[in-house]
Design a protein around this ligand. Structure first.
Ligand code: SAM
Length: 216
């Protein structure tokens, strides 16, 4: 892949808030877009599925899906802090033996990942500058379903994310945030052989699901 010169500390920066995120999830304050992603994936059928949760954070998506009937999960995350918290939460829920953990940039690790039935990227593409290689990495394990949440491609979200990134830069923090074009994402997924089967979200955040189109 012709990519990617990224700073892991930058893309995994949000992991420094892993304990707060876990507390939010446990207290029933999981982001509505994440809740919708989980529900939409479940509605497509997850029994016995192998999951790949890219940038899983504290693990809310794959751990919930494992509890609901999926078989196994691989959690790939640029943040060691998130991986540690997700692993501890999996152990606490008795799911530790069903999850594998990989630390790094999924674009770099893609060739070493096992096949997956379902791939999820919950608020992940907004932390990564290179959309095409990230989606290539997501479809490489040959899933039939790919689910994403990401900031809406509208001017006020672009302005908000630029301001957010600028604030981080001025404070010397490595986190950088991006609003990728929805049309481009749709086109890249169509080129990879997927069609859109769910389109929703909140005013700020989009939730989409792609299913591999049947061979002609
Ligand atoms: C904003 S956090 C979201 C965490 C969690 N999915 C959630 O919604 O709460 C972005 C996550 O994506 C991860 N991430 C971003 N780009 C990545 C990449 N190329 N490879 C692996 N992890 C990545 C970060 O490390 C972080 O865990």
């Amino acid at each position: 892949m012709p990519c990617c010169d990224v700073d892991l500390a930058g893309i995994g920066y949000d992991g420094l808030h892993a304990d707060e995120d876990l507390e939010d999830w446990r207290s029933g304050r999981l982001h509505p877009a994440s809740q919708e992603l989980i529900a939409a994936v479940r509605a497509q059928g997850i029994e016995g599925a192998a999951l790949l949760d890219i940038g899983a954070g504290v693990g809310a998506v794959h751990l919930t899906l494992l509890e609901a009937g999926a078989a196994t999960a691989v959690d790939v995350d640029a943040s060691p802090e998130y991986l540690a918290v997700a692993r501890a939460e999996a152990e606490r829920r008795g799911l530790g033996g069903r999850v594998e953990y990989r630390h790094g940039d999924v674009v770099e690790l893609a060739a070493q990942l096992p096949p997956a039935d379902i791939v999820t990227l919950d608020s992940v593409i907004c932390c990564y500058p290179y959309l095409a290689p990230l989606l290539e990495a997501a479809v490489r394990p040959n899933p039939h379903l790919v689910g994403l949440t990401y900031p809406r491609d509208v001017w006020w979200m672009r302005a908000y994310m630029r301001l957010f990134t600028l604030t981080h830069a001025l404070r010397g923090r490595p986190g950088r945030y991006y609003v990728h074009r929805h049309d481009r994402l749709n086109q890249l997924m169509a080129d990879a052989g997927f069609r859109n089967v769910h389109e929703g979200g909140t005013r700020e955040w989009r939730v989409v699901l792609y299913r591999r189109a049947p061979a002609p």
